[in-house]
Design a protein around this ligand. Sequence first.
Ligand SMILES: Nc1ncnc2c1ncn2[C@@H]1O[C@H](COP(=O)(O)OP(=O)(O)OP(=O)(O)O)[C@@H](O)[C@H]1O
Length: 320
Amino acid sequence: MIVTKGLRKSFRPRRGAATVDAVRGIDLNVAEGEIYGLLGPNGAGKTTTLRMLATLLVPDGGAATVAGADLRAEPGEVRRRIGYVAQGGGTTDQATAREELVMQARMYGVRKAEAVQRAEQGLAAFDLTEFGDRVCKTYSGGQRRRLDLALGVVHRPKLLFLDEPTVGLDPRSRSQVWAEVRRLREQGMTVLLTTHYLDEADALCDRIGIVDNGGIVTEGTPEELKQKISGDSVTIALPDARTTTGAERALAELPCVQRLEALPDEDGLRLHVDSAATAIPQLLRTLAAAGIEPERVQLQRPSLDDVFLALTGRALVHSG
Ligand SMILES: Nc1ncnc2c1ncn2[C@@H]1O[C@H](COP(=O)(O)OP(=O)(O)OP(=O)(O)O)[C@@H](O)[C@H]1O
């Protein structure tokens, strides 16, 4: 559904300023019916990639076929076959959801009576019927986002681009948007989305391309990516901050500990070790020798954050 080869784009912010190589040659292969996620920190080049594929930016180099049409030779054809939901959405404040949907369908050449019918279906499908005749400025963030999705698919595209679909939403609205995206996939739509949320990529995407510094550093299913990380993570919950500092000092010296960090929200440590089976007995012996009794020791599968850290040397959540 999407094939790109060496797609690139640079920007010159001002005359005389240095060029920013936003996308430095991206190769993508997204199959029909997939939810594919571009995951990466702010500024990695995700939005620029999406905007090129949606014909909103002209690439500086490379080639792409999008929904069966050549991006550079037939941008109009690409535009007719895709839906695009921008980061901030595209709704106006004064129109109602119903009016927006009718207008959008009409813009794609749908006849009036059919457009009215599609608006009705869109409102029902995205749980918007109740307030479909209220002006958009009165909607909550989640309601607006669902309307953005309904607008993105009112002309029934084969391929939908979603730029950061759940940014700024509360957890309930996020999972509602995820459910809508999955439903679209079940109906046969292909979805390419960008996100900098690990849990979103993990929960929603069939495959993920990890983007950093204008390129894809690795790609695969969430499981494949996690398997690329050798070793295990172990978390140790400790009774208080003082004990945590003592444990950190005692464990940092152990050869089996590759990396060690304090847990962000509770007293305790997270360690990356070669093999939990051999490391845990050593960790417990070392703690006991230092007179420290952990409250809990847990083995954890590596997260996508571990994958990103291993590939780039930076934590995804802090690197934006
Ligand atoms: N119009 C522009 N002019 C100059 N620089 C730009 C322009 N658009 C993007 N950039 C730069 O290109 C790089 C990639 O930006 P892009 O928006 O694609 O990243 P992103 O991964 O989508 O990040 P975010 O999640 O914040 O949207 C950044 O350094 C950005 O500042």
